[in-house]
Design a protein. Structure first.
Length: 196
């Protein structure tokens, strides 16, 4: 979990909470999410297949994580349950926005002049230097050496498999593949910074 800018201020307030306070806040937030998502989890933005998990648990987990990590400020005028509900609302809206944006871009028709592309092939970018490619690949493989799941993913990508094929191969949802991809990028970035 990455620490956000509001980590310290949030944890000052969290320190005063009891287990019962957490139970009450989580229960209120869960009931509110269930009410907000009623009849909207069978398909679309809030379906388990899109989110890679139970929708209610997914948004409850996001709200909980954002408070603990400090990515989202726990404002003084809100109780814990109110702040968690506000976070869940925001991410429910963002998921709908993301899906509708994806649909719009996927339905756009782009007209290309094939003849123009043919004549511009002479100005095509040069191929990547073989040694540069090998070095990048070596860094990626070294970064994921101890993580077997990421190593499998890298091998599948090297073989040219698509996102859905790799997700099926690894017995995970495509959404979980995206999370793994983010994890891979973080590992490579951390590995590069530690070796420089």
């Amino acid at each position: 979990m990455e620490v956000g800018e509001h980590y310290n201020s949030n944890h000052q307030r969290i320190a005063s909470l009891t287990d019962n306070d957490w139970r009450v806040a989580l229960n209120k937030c869960k009931k509110h999410i269930q009410w907000r998502l009623r009849q909207r989890t069978l398909y679309g933005a809030h379906s388990p297949s899109n989110l890679g998990a139970d929708p209610v648990e997914h948004y409850l987990g996001v709200a909980y994580e954002k408070i603990l990590s400090g990515e989202w400020e726990w404002k003084k005028e809100h109780s814990l349950s109110e702040q968690m509900i506000r976070i869940a609302h925001k991410y429910i809206g963002l998921e709908v926005e993301k899906i509708s944006t994806d649909k719009k871009t996927s339905l756009q028709i782009v007209y290309k002049d094939i003849e123009e592309d043919f004549y511009h092939m002479a100005n095509a970018p040069p191929d990547i230097d073989e040694s540069e490619y090998e070095e990048k690949l070596r860094i990626i493989e070294a970064a994921v050496f101890e993580d077997s799941q990421l190593a499998i993913m890298v091998e599948a990508i090297k073989e040219g498999h698509k996102r859905s094929e790799i997700a099926a191969l690894m017995d995970i949802q495509p959404r979980q593949f995206d999370k793994l991809k983010e994890k891979l990028e973080r590992k490579v970035k951390n590995y590069k910074s530690s070796t420089q």
